[in-house]
Design a protein around this ligand. Structure first.
Ligand code: ADP
Ligand code: MG
Length: 255
């Protein structure tokens, strides 16, 4: 579904992504782990087409369609959804208005604000949020946990093909974590969906059971595998992976 090959990107002359390779197929959940500042959020922003970032090398395709030829709106229309690490407040726009505009942009036959309201209300309920969040300005004055739950309600309402969730679990309480995990599970039960999840929380990862794990260090994926990666990270931290990467790059220079 999503194919990333040798992706390099920079921000203001600073190279952040240094050759990312990642293939995500339908029904797969890919967890991305990695130390702070390693480029996880940058990957999400480059994928969504944030113009601040310059892609210098590589290729990203979604179902064979080249992201280079698409702006952010077209990437969303193709089925890509990004939840930011710090979702911003949007003054003067309610969630209902925003999501109705998004639904109309994604599906030209979607017109019914009544249907949107119904769907959104059901999804808010699943996240234990009141209908008040429909009419309030997006994320205005909302707590971290409320913002993240709102992002999940939006995800369920937009119903993309693939979502990139950037630390959707940071700073939330146990109940919010459960609600978010349940929402992720519901999304993944829908046909042919895929997910990329940036997370530091073992609890959420245990609830979600990703199919693939990757460790991102200094802009490259240094290790990929299954559950054993998460266990190694939670036992030893990222130092092991960083040491290993250093050793491998030294070996490459020597050979
Ligand atoms: P992660 O999400 O893995 O913690 P980020 O992708 O947010 O890491 O950041 C990767 C690197 O890019 C870090 O070194 C960070 O300091 C740098 N960076 C991110 N945003 C900016 C910015 N606006 N200006 C300068 N450097 C930035
Ligand atoms: Mg980040």
């Amino acid at each position: 579904m999503l194919n990333i090959k040798n992706l390099h990107a920079r921000l203001e002359q600073k190279e952040i992504l240094r050759g990312i390779n990642l293939q995500v197929n339908p029904e797969e959940i890919h967890a991305i782990l990695g130390p702070n500042g390693s480029g996880k959020s940058t990957l999400g922003r480059v994928l969504v087409g944030d113009e601040k970032y310059e892609k210098t090398e590589g290729k990203m395709t979604l179902e064979g369609r080249n992201f280079d030829e698409m702006d952010s709106a077209e990437r969303a229309q193709a089925g890509f959804f990004l939840s930011f690490q710090s979702p911003p407040e949007i003054d003067g726009v309610s969630a209902k208005e925003l999501l109705l505009a998004a639904k109309k942009a994604l599906d030209k036959d979607f017109r019914s604000s009544f249907r949107l309201k119904k769907e959104l209300s059901e999804n808010l309920k699943k996240l234990h949020l009141s209908d008040e969040f429909m009419t309030r300005d997006v994320h205005k004055g909302a707590s971290g946990g409320e913002r993240r739950k709102m992002e999940m309600a939006s995800l369920l309402t937009i119903d993309p093909k693939i979502a990139f969730l950037d630390e959707i679990d940071s700073g939330i309480d146990v109940d919010a974590m459960k609600a978010i995990a349940t929402a992720i599970q519901e999304f993944m039960k829908r046909k042919g969906k895929a997910l990329i999840l940036v997370s530091h929380t073992e609890k959420l990862l245990q609830m979600i059971q990703p199919t693939h794990f990757h460790v991102l260090c200094a802009g490259t994926i240094v290790q990929s595998g299954g559950q054993e990666i998460m266990e190694r990270v939670h036992q030893c931290g990222f130092c092991d992976f960083i040491q290993e990467k250093k050793k491998n790059s030294q070996l490459k220079v020597v050979s």
